[in-house]
Design a protein around this ligand. Sequence first.
Ligand SMILES: [Ca+2]
Length: 410
Amino acid sequence: MRGQSEVIAALLMTAIVLAGFTIVWIFLYPRYLEWEREAGSTALESRLAASEWLVLGNTVFGSDRLGLTLVNTGSVELRVRAIYVNESLAWQGSLSLAPGQKGEVSTPLPRGGRVFWIKVCTARGNCWTFLEVNWTAPAAQPPPPPPPPPPPPPPAQPLFRITEYNNTIYGLPGSSANLVVEVANTGGSGGNCTVEVYDHQGNLVASSTAYIPVNSSERLTLALPLPNAPGIYLWEVKVLNLLTGAYDDSRSVTVVVSNELIRNGDFSQGSAYWDLESPWYVDTSMQLARIYTSVKGSMSASISQTFEIASAVTLTQLKLDYHMGASRPGQVEILQLVIKIENATATLWTGSINWQTNQNPTNGTYTAPLSLQLNPGTYRLRITAVLVTKQQSVDLDVRVDKVSLLAAAP
Ligand SMILES: [Ca+2]
C-alpha cells in the first residue's frame, strides 16, 4: 500500500506541476507573441527608417514664400511631417512620398538674410538639413549708421560794435595823438576784444585789449604815432573778437598830420608874434593872454597873429584854451570870444565861444575842425573878446592860451 500511495503522490505532483506550467504558459505566451511581434516590428521600422532618404530637389524663393520640391530618393515610402526654416517650424503636415516621388511644399519665407537652413523631418524621426542661399535677395545691409546727433546749440558769443570814436585825429608830424574808441558788447556773453589800428599802408600801429561784459561798453584810448610827413591819411580801426577770431567791426579814421601855423601859441615867449589890443596883455607868470579889468558899456578887443602860407594848404584844425569870468554876471548882456581867419580884405572863416550865465567862469578847450584851403599869401588869426554890459560895470577875466592852427597839404 505504501508503494501505491507514493505513486499516486508522484502522479499528483506531476499533475500539479503540469497544471502550473500550463497556467504560466497560457498567461505568458500571448505576451511572448506580442513581444516577438513588436520586436519584429521595431526591427522592421528600424530597417525602414534606415532606408529612408530625402533630398531637396528644388527651392524657389518667392517674395514671402519658399517653394520646396522634396524628392524621396530612398527605397521606402516616407511621410514628411515637419519642415523647419532656420530652426523655426515653417510647415507641419503629412506628405507621403513613395520612393522616387516628388512633393511640393510651400512655407513662409523669413524676412531678411540670404542664407536659410531648411530641415525636413519624416514621421520615422529622420531629419535632413539643407543649406539654401537666396542669390536674388539683396545682401543683408549693414544697419544704417545712426543719424549724427544734432549739433549743440552754438555757445553764446560776444559780439563787439564800435559805438563811438573820434573819426578824425589831428597832430603834428611825428607826434602822438589819442584815438578814443568806445566798444559795446552786444553778443550773448562777455569776452575779450582787441581794438587794432592800421595805418594807410596796412601796418598795425596800435592795439589795446579789454574784457567787456555782455551788454556793456568800454572806452579804450590808443596812442597813435603820427606820420612824419604832413598830410591827410585814411587809417582803419578794427575790433578783433578774441573768442571767434573774427573782426566784428571796423571804421575808418582820418589822420590829419599838420604843421603848426601859430608861433608862440602857448605864450611862453611873452607876447612874441602876437598883436594885442588893449586891454589884452600877456600874463607872463600864467603864460597866457588875458583881459583882467573892469569894463562898463561895450568893449571889443583882439589878439591876432599873422602867418605865411608858402604853398597851398588846407587848414585842418583850430584849437585854443579859454576862460571867461564875469562879475557880476547879472550885468553881462554879451560876453564872447570871436575867432576869425582873415586875409587882407576879407574874413574867410569865423567861429565863436559864448560865455554862459549858468557857468561862470565859462572855460574849456575849443576845437574847430577846419577844411579851409588857402593859397600862398599872408593871413591873420584874430581872437576878439566882445563884451556888452548893462548899467553897471563888470569885472572881467578873459584868458586865452594854447592857440593852435594846423595846416596840411591840400
Ligand atoms: Ca601857456
